[in-house]
Ligand binder design. Structure first.
Ligand code: HEM
Length: 155
């Protein structure tokens, strides 16, 4: 982890981060620390507890794969985040601000500033698309029949 990294140009969203301190082992530690904080948050803790119960290890491994794919572009993750979140009916839009706040603080504590900025930028981008999928479903996204029904309602 070196502060000199903050002076390097940021990788484009489709490029791997090149920080020798950031490998799978590091990402695994970051993921564990992030979810340790999430679990003790009074708002997010119960949401995760309700879904994951006490079986955290598979989730932590999956999230390590996810962040390796996002940051190292190593293709480790093959899941589908949108359906996994759309089914979470107790989540409110403002919960994303809490999630991002904990994420920003965790990466700031564990990474060099330039590396933290890359994690945050990518998390914000993904959070934006999850938020859109969960709270701003356009009628067209539900299929042509739903789009027609909605426009008839509004006529
Ligand atoms: C309020 C914010 C969020 C909440 C409450 C939340 C909650 C959850 C929960 C409960 C699961 C487990 C679902 C399951 O195993 O069935 C999950 C999975 C996951 N979350 Fe989130 N999440 C949030 C935001 C995010 C963000 C911002 C990202 C990415 C930057 C993210 C990435 C993922 C991924 C990759 C999975 C695994 C999906 C899969 O392949 O099964 N989540 N989330």
């Amino acid at each position: 982890m070196s502060d000199a990294l903050s002076a390097r140009p940021r990788p484009q969203p489709d490029e791997a981060l090149k920080d020798p301190a950031v490998d799978r082992a590091f990402i695994g530690r970051l993921v564990r620390e992030f979810y340790r904080r999430v679990r003790s948050d009074t708002r997010l803790g119960p949401i995760f507890a309700g879904e994951i119960k006490d079986d955290w290890e598979p989730h932590l491994e999956k999230m390590t794969d996810f962040w390796c794919a996002v940051i190292l572009k190593d293709g480790s993750y093959h899941g589908r985040p949108v359906p996994a979140h759309v089914k979470l009916t107790t989540v409110e839009e403002s919960d994303f601000d809490i999630w991002l706040g904990i994420f920003r603080q965790t990466v700031a504590d564990l990474c060099a500033p330039g590396t933290a900025a890359v994690f945050v930028e990518r998390a914000e981008r993904i959070a934006r698309s999850l938020r859109l999928a969960m709270f701003f479903r356009l009628p067209a996204a539900l299929g042509p029949d739903a789009a027609r029904a909605r426009s008839a309602d509004n006529a």
